[in-house]
Design a protein around this ligand. Structure first.
Ligand SMILES: [Mg+2]
Length: 389
C-alpha cells in the first residue's frame, strides 16, 4: 500500500472567543489517502494553521523537510518507521512543539489506516487488552463572570456529570494565573471554597480531580492551599506549577498531600522522561495528538509502567482524539481513567458535530472499541460547515 495524498482541513467554531480557555474551538483534521482506497483520519491540539504549515511546507534541506513530502509514496502500514523518518527529517524545525503535534495527527491517521487494512480496531494491533473496561472521567469547565456564578456553575456541572453516570470528574478551579477564567482574579482561599462546594455536592464516593492550570509560580504558595485540600480526598491535582519548573514539581511530589498530574502539553517521550524522572509526576497525561501520535503515546505508557506511574490521557478535541485515547487505554492497564466528555455535555459545536458514531458510555464505563481502525466516521456536512481553509 502507498500513501497518495495528505489533506489538511482547518476548522473553527463560528464564534471563536479568544478569551475562552477552551482549545476545543478549533481543529486540524488530517486525511491520509492511499492507493487502495483506505483513508486514515487524525487530529491534534495545536494552532491548526501552524500544524498545516508543518505538514505542507516544502523542505529546503535534509534536516528541514516537510512532513507531507516525506510521507508521499510511503507504506502507511509502518507507523513506527515513519515516525522516526518524520522526526529526523524535520529535526531542525521540530523535535518538540508544533511539528511534533502535527506528526501526532499524521501518526493517528496512519494507525487508523493500519486498523482498517487489517479489519481490526487499532488497539488489537497495539497490544494486549486490559482486563477491565475503560473508565471515563468528565472534565468540567464552569462558566460565569463572578466568583459565585463560577462556583455554582461548576457544582451544577459536577452534579450533572454524576447523574449522567460518571464515577469520576475533574473540576477546573482556575481563579488566577495564566488560565484564569473570564477575568476572575480571586485569592487562593476561594479555590478551597470551590473545591469544598464540589465535594459536598458529589458526595464522598465520587472520584474528584482538580485542574488548577498552572496557577502557582511558587511551591510554598502552592503547598499552603494544597495542604488545605487534604480533607477533600483529591485523586490528583493537575498542573499546579508553571510546566518548566520541574524541580518544583518534584518538591510537590514529596510534600503535597495528593498525587500530582501533568503532561497535557508535553511532546515526545523525551519530555515525558523529564516530567517523570526530574519532575517526579505521579500521573502522566499524554495527549495522543500532542505527544506525537499513538506510536509515541504507547512509548510513554511503557515508560510510565517501568516507573510505576499512572497514565490518564489528556483529550480536549473531538471524537477523533477521544477514539485515539480509548484505543491507547485499551492496551494500558495502568490507565485508570481517560478524559472523556460526551458531546451532550460539551459546549463546543465542533465536539458535538464533527464525528459520527462515537463511543458511548454504558453504565459509567466505555466498552473496548470494536470497529476497524479508530472506529469513527466524520460528518461530511459538519466538516464543510466548520472548514475555514
Ligand atoms: Mg489541564
Amino acid at each position: 500500500m502507498k500513501i497518495t495524498d495528505v489533506e489538511c482541513h482547518i476548522l473553527l467554531v463560528p464564534e471563536v472567543d479568544k478569551d475562552a480557555t477552551s482549545s476545543a474551538q478549533d481543529d486540524i483534521v488530517v486525511l491520509i489517502h492511499t492507493d487502495e482506497g483506505i483513508t486514515g483520519i487524525g487530529e491534534t491540539d495545536v494552532s491548526p494553521q501552524i500544524a498545516k504549515a508543518a505538514i505542507e511546507t516544502p523542505g529546503t534541506h535534509t534536516m528541514g523537510l516537510g512532513l507531507k513530502e516525506m510521507l508521499l509514496g510511503e507504506n502507511p502500514l509502518e507507523p513506527q518507521r515513519l515516525w522516526e523518518k518524520l522526526y529526523t527529517g524535520s529535526a531542525m524545525n521540530g523535535r518538540r512543539g508544533a511539528v511534533i503535534c502535527a506528526m501526532g495527527a499524521l501518526d493517528m491517521a496512519l494507525w487508523d489506516i493500519c486498523g482498517k487494512a487489517a479489519g481490526k480496531p487499532c488497539w488489537q494491533l497495539m497490544g494486549e487488552a486490559r482486563p477491565d473496561p475503560i473508565t471515563p472521567y468528565a472534565s468540567l469547565q464552569p462558566t460565569g463572570r463572578s466568583f459565585e456564578e463560577y462556583r455554582d456553575s461548576l457544582v451544577a456541572w459536577a452534579v450533572r456529570a454524576k447523574e449522567f453516570g460518571f464515577t469520576a470528574g475533574k473540576m477546573e478551579v482556575t481563579l488566577s494565573g495564566p488560565y484564569h477564567h473570564s477575568g476572575l482574579n480571586e485569592p487562593d482561599e476561594r479555590m478551597t471554597e470551590v473545591v469544598a462546594a464540589c465535594r459536598a455536592a458529589v458526595g464522598p464516593e465520587f472520584v474528584m480531580m482538580v485542574d488548577v492550570q498552572y496557577t502557582w509560580d511558587d511551591v510554598d504558595v502552592a503547598l499552603r492551599t494544597l495542604n488545605d485540600w487534604r480533607e477533600f480526598d483529591i485523586y490528583f491535582v493537575e498542573t499546579p506549577l508553571q510546566i518548566d519548573n520541574l524541580e518544583g514539581y518534584a518538591r510537590l511530589h514529596h510534600e503535597a498531600p495528593m498525587p500530582i498530574a501533568a503532561g497535557e502539553w508535553q511532546n515526545t517521550r523525551f519530555e515525558f522522561a523529564d516530567l517523570m524522572d526530574i519532575g517526579l509526576v505521579d500521573v502522566a497525561q499524554p495527549d495522543v495528538g500532542r505527544v506525537g501520535g499513538l506510536t509515541e503515546a504507547l512509548r510513554v505508557c511503557q515508560m510510565a509502567a517501568e516507573r510505576n506511574r499512572r497514565i490518564v490521557p489528556h483529550c480536549w478535541k473531538t471524537g477523533i482524539g477521544i477514539a485515539a485515547s480509548a484505543h491507547l487505554a485499551a492496551v494500558t492497564p495502568h490507565c485508570p481513567y481517560i478524559e472523556f466528555l460526551p458531546a451532550r455535555l460539551c459546549d463546543s459545536l465542533l465536539r458535538k458535530e464533527l464525528v459520527e458514531d462515537e463511543l458511548q458510555i454504558e453504565g459509567g464505563v466505555l466498552p473496548l472499541p470494536k470497529k476497524p481502525g479508530l472506529g469513527i466516521e466524520l460528518n461530511a456536512a459538519a466538516l464543510g460547515r466548520f472548514k475555514v481553509s
